[in-house]
Design a protein around this ligand. Structure first.
Ligand code: WTA
Length: 639
């Protein structure tokens, strides 16, 4: 069996086969990877516990698949092209050979610092090649990485470090983002006040901002590399891992206040990310592939690092932001490195579209053959702009739908092979069995229907548990519908059987493609000393997709509402990070609650959306009058 699907008929045949004989199908896919020892059993599962095991007994190391196995043929091929924040700084290229050397070197640094198989390592780094190197070095020795996105606060880092009992943190002095310098080490220092498990911090030099280095705990990345060099730069053989050993933890938001550590394992994740990368983007050996995500999110894990590298691809990594020095930066990068495949998020597309066509019209984008979109629903206007201005009408767009918990893409066009419709994720990839359910738990069959999106059957890349709390994993994903994985998304299946994701049906927001739980934001707002209570909902935002709207009951001793708003924003930035700051804060004297004390978010959502004419039934409210007050306040806020 070929790894890549070649035609629509081939897709249909492969899909059919993958549903009829899933184990045979996935064994065939897994045969395209390098295993030290073959598995005994392809799949062992039930969604009740849940128990999900793929390729049990199989032994491997994912870095041998991403690096070693390519050296003979592709040793001198660029594995990573790195484009810095500042276009005047030189870009860097790491060939597969060089990347392997650096990964082994840093893996030895980790070992020298006492890290062994199974230890948890927190990584808080900017988008520099060393981030990919650190991730792969952990995988090399079987340490479990937990990457924390550089936009999260000290408190968020501390929560994640403590939840996973990390022994070591890898960070840098600072990071560059546009004109800003962010002091990462000092944020880590604040976090570590609360973290007993951390014995060592490795600090990379990037911005050379002054940092405090604590004797006995903090060491410089560069010094540690020198030590390994003076030891004669020994190789670092890959640790042999079981297919079901943990590869990494990545925290993500849900409908409760506390982010959960999604756990992915070595074998299944490798097979799934590699397979989906090769297929969705139809990667060809000479192509340059550019994913604009941050490695701090799942998209970066799966489609900057593991997926592309396991397929011997050239993966371009960008440190900066799409709008600096101007809104043409991504197109400059495409032109400079002759990028063939571009994978980005609707928020980026919308903000560049809003900046005007002058930033793109004079750029040579002729190298582009395929486009991808990820992380949030793409509106038709943005889809068409992407298609016409960037793809020049002949680069297929893969609108890829998936989640942190999925490991890789589940529903998406296969570029150039399966059909596309603006705003549609279209068809499930082989091995993926979507099903729609109504609120009562009945499956909705047939076409031209909508419902809550579930998966009937496991796939190798799916989460295995939530770190340290298996029951939470069961509750969140496997308890809503019997024997189903529940995604939390609503979905339409049109007359032709094509899927269109309609957005979250739970209390999770998607702001600029970042997942944020409303409960999490409420908890942070409620930390502010003047806040009595708050309720957070999403509302449509022209660039971010969704904005954060907070209704806040505050103590009345503050006369300047705007100052209080700023204080609340500051509090949220401290507790979660700037990405969770509300876009709008409306002060209210009460919240619409049922007699049992439940906040009726449906009403708040409508008010935030500006749809006040039809609020539905408000007679069950404890105090219907509060709704009128909130409506008037919202009107005022809109100005
Ligand atoms: C949303 C990102 C519409 C969805 C890879 C999902 C999308 C959540 C799409 C997961 C898409 C992701 N169209 N919605 N193509 N891709 N989503 O975990 O609501 O950061 O549940 O994973 O983003 O976000 P996460």
């Amino acid at each position: 069996m070929d790894l890549q699907i070649k035609s629509f008929a081939d897709y249909q045949k492969t899909y059919q086969y993958s549903v009829e004989k899933p184990e045979e199908f996935w064994a065939g896919v897994a045969d395209h990877f390098y295993w030290r020892r073959k598995w005994n059993k392809v799949l062992d599962w039930n969604f009740k516990d849940p128990k999900i095991k793929w390729f049990e007994g199989g032994r491997l190391n994912i870095t041998e698949n991403c690096l070693d196995r390519h050296i003979y043929k592709l040793g001198d091929k660029p594995a990573i092209i790195w484009e810095p924040n500042d276009p005047n700084e030189a870009h860097r290229v790491l060939t597969y050979k060089q990347l392997l050397e650096k990964v082994e070197q840093f893996a030895n640094v980790l070992k020298n610092n006492g890290i062994r198989k199974g230890d948890r390592v927190c990584i808080y780094l900017p988008m520099v090649p060393e981030l990919a190197i650190a991730v792969l070095a952990c995988a090399r020795i079987g340490a479990i990485h937990s990457v924390v996105f550089g936009g999260f606060s000290a408190q968020s880092i501390a929560d994640r470090i403590n939840d996973a009992d990390c022994r070591l943190v890898i960070t840098s002095d600072g990071s560059f983002r546009g004109t800003k310098t962010i002091e990462l080490k000092s944020i880590v220092d604040d976090a570590l006040v609360q973290c007993k498990s951390v014995e060592r911090v490795i600090v990379l030099t990037r911005t050379r901002t002054p940092v405090s280095m604590i004797k006995g705990r903090d060491v410089w990345w560069e010094d540690e590399i020198t030590k390994v060099e003076t030891q004669g730069n020994p190789a670092c053989p890959a640790e042999e891992m079981d297919a079901e050993d943990m590869l990494f933890i990545l925290y993500t938001s849900g409908s409760t206040g506390k982010p959960k550590g999604v756990v992915h394992t070595c074998g299944g994740y490798m097979v799934y990310t590699g397979y989906t990368f090769a297929n969705v983007f139809q990667y060809q050996p000479s192509e340059v592939y550019f994913c604009t995500a941050d490695i701090g999110w799942i998209t970066g894990h799966s489609y900057i690092v593991y997926g592309p590298l396991s397929q011997g691809a050239t993966s371009l990594m960008f440190e900066g932001v799409p709008t600096w020095p101007d809104a043409g930066r991504l197109w400059d990068i495409v032109e400079k490195h002759k990028v063939n495949i571009l994978y980005t998020a609707p928020t980026a597309i919308r903000s560049l579209m809003a900046a005007g066509d002058s930033f793109v019209d004079n750029k040579d984008l002729s190298s582009i053959t395929k486009l991808g979109s990820v992380g949030e629903p793409i509106n038709e206007e943005a889809w068409h702009w992407y298609d016409e201005k960037i793809g020049k009408g002949n680069a297929p767009i893969a609108d890829t739908w998936w989640q942190t918990e999925n490991g890789g893409i589940l529903i998406s066009p296969i570029a150039g092979i399966t059909p596309t419709i603006p705003g549609y994720a279209m068809l499930p990839l082989p091995g993926i069995q979507p099903a729609l359910f109504d609120e009562q738990g009945n499956e909705i069959e047939g076409n031209g229907v909508s419902g809550n999106l579930c998966m009937k059957f496991p796939w190798p890349g799916m989460l295995r548990t939530t770190y340290g709390d298996h029951e939470r994993c069961r509750q969140t994903y496997f308890a809503t519908y019997e024997n189903m994985y529940f995604t939390g998304d609503g979905c339409l299946r049109d007359e032709n059987g094509y899927y269109r994701i309609t957005g979250r049906v739970d209390d999770v927001l998607n702001v600029s493609g970042h997942r944020i739980g409303t409960a999490e934001v409420e908890n942070a707002i409620n930390m502010h000393s003047d806040v009595v209570e708050s309720a957070v909902v999403g509302y449509p935002h022209a660039v971010k997709g969704q904005g954060i709207y907070a209704f806040v009951i505050a103590g009345n001793h503050h006369t300047d509402e705007n100052l209080t708003r700023q204080d609340i924003n500051k509090t949220v930035s401290r507790i979660i990070g700037a990405i969770a700051k509300p876009d709008k804060i409306q002060f209210v004297s009460g919240l619409p609650k049922t007699r049992s004390g439940k906040i009726m978010r449906r009403i708040l959502r409508k008010i935030a959306e500006g749809e006040v004419s039809n609020l539905g039934d408000t007679t069950t409210l404890l105090d219907p009058a509060v709704v009128e007050e909130i409506k008037a306040g919202a009107e005022q806020l809109r100005g």
